[in-house]
Design a binder for this molecule. Structure first.
Ligand SMILES: Nc1ncnc2c1ncn2[C@@H]1O[C@H](COP(=O)(O)OP(=O)(O)O)[C@@H](O)[C@H]1O
Ligand SMILES: [Mg+2]
Length: 355
């Protein structure tokens, strides 16, 4: 199981909670604003070193407190690791078995997880950055060298943009193009590999959840016929004017196609949610196969926006994945969630096992 024991202190409304997690199914229930999402967000923070909702530290530390602390016993292969995160206004501290070196990438490797929350449809209709992150997450878990290349590319992009802003000479900028293009090409091929492994699973999940043909259309961030080097050369004047790089992997997008049409044009929010769930489940399965271990899947109010037919299909797929699941619900029962689940009640910043 990915996480056996979890504690959180002063995270959002949670005063101090302890969760002895079931290896398979866990249900967190409680009334509105009791702290259900906070429990999931705390778990996600332990696996990512940041909020999945984009919340800032000040909003995450319980009002009136100076820091929050999260701690978990997680399974890394055959052994167990102690993973801890402490966040105060002074900064974020990450420790894995006492070691502070690894940073958030080490957290992500120790506790790989995915989240389906009520905003999941934004993966289809929202900004491209979310979809780039989606693809990079798969590449990170499937290809050991991807993170290093990704970091080097981020650095190169930052330097390039800084030079553009400071009005560097066009000839100086052109001298950097070759190495920028080389790193960009490696990001691009990492993403294409990730796409290749996830696409079959997406097609299957899409067929199962929405009963339609679903696929990806990938755009690398520049015109492939023209090539990135030419694109950079042609846009040099504009890049200098705007102080930023117009073409490259940081402009990539991944469009979800539904019966050969762009899925974001679909009217139904419920359908968008199902398609986004298909994407998340396909990515989870891909990483599980690559890592040869179960992942943690967080489901925040999965019943929202779904009719019972769709919810049943979603839950069936979730169960078939064989990951550890922590789900939330207003009631002590969640339709189609396995009866054998451990049930916890959260209220007034406290968590208790009730079933
Ligand atoms: N930093 C914080 N300190 C104290 N309370 C907070 C903080 N951030 C959010 N809350 C409160 O936590 C409560 C529970 O939020 P949430 O976990 O989203 O509830 P649920 O998902 O059960 O509806 C809300 O009333 C919210 O105002
Ligand atoms: Mg909530």
């Amino acid at each position: 199981m990915p996480i056996r024991q979890f504690t959180a202190r002063n995270f959002r409304c949670l005063v101090s909670i302890e969760l002895e997690a079931d290896p398979e199914y866990n249900l967190i229930c409680g009334p509105n604003a009791s702290g259900k999402t906070s429990v999931l967000e705390a778990l996600a923070y332990l696996g990512r070193g940041k909020s999945f909702r984009g919340a800032v530290t000040t909003d995450l530390i319980r009002h009136g407190e100076r820091e929050f602390v999260l701690f978990g016993h997680v399974a890394v292969g055959a052994r167990e690791a102690k993973v801890g995160v402490r966040n105060s206004h002074e900064g974020l501290e990450i420790r894995i078995d006492g070691d502070a070196e690894g940073g958030s990438a080490a957290l992500a490797a120790a506790l790989p997880l995915q989240i389906i929350d009520p905003d999941v449809h934004n993966l289809i209709g929202g900004a491209p950055e979310q979809r780039r992150r989606y693809l990079d997450w798969i590449a990170f878990h499937v290809e050991p060298g991807f993170l290093d290349v990704w970091r080097r590319f981020r650095r190169a992009l930052k330097q390039r943009n800084a030079a553009l802003k400071s009005g560097a000479a066009a000839t100086t900028m052109e001298g950097w193009n070759a190495s920028f293009v080389e790193l960009a090409g490696r990001i691009d091929s990492g993403r294409r590999q990730a796409l290749e492994v996830v696409t079959g699973r997406l097609e299957e999940a899409g067929q199962d959840l929405v009963g339609s043909e679903v696929g990806f259309e990938y755009q690398p961030g520049w015109n492939e016929d023209r090539g990135l080097l030419k694109a950079l050369e042609d846009s040099m004047e504009r890049d200098l004017q705007q102080g930023s790089t117009q073409y490259g992997p940081h402009r990539a997008d991944l469009k979800l196609m539904y019966d050969a049409r762009r899925a974001r044009k679909l009217v139904s929010r419920g359908q968008q949610k199902l398609l986004a769930c298909a994407m998340i489940l396909a990515a989870t399965e891909t990483a599980q196969v690559a890592l040869e271990r179960p992942l943690l899947l967080l489901l925040d109010d999965p019943a929202a926006e779904l009719d019972s037919h769709s919810l049943r299909r979603l839950m069936r797929r979730v169960v078939a994945l064989g990951c550890q699941v922590v789900a939330t619900s207003l009631e002590t029962k969640l339709q189609f969630f396995p009866e054998a689940a451990s049930v916890f009640h959260v209220e007034h910043g406290d968590l208790k096992r009730v079933g």
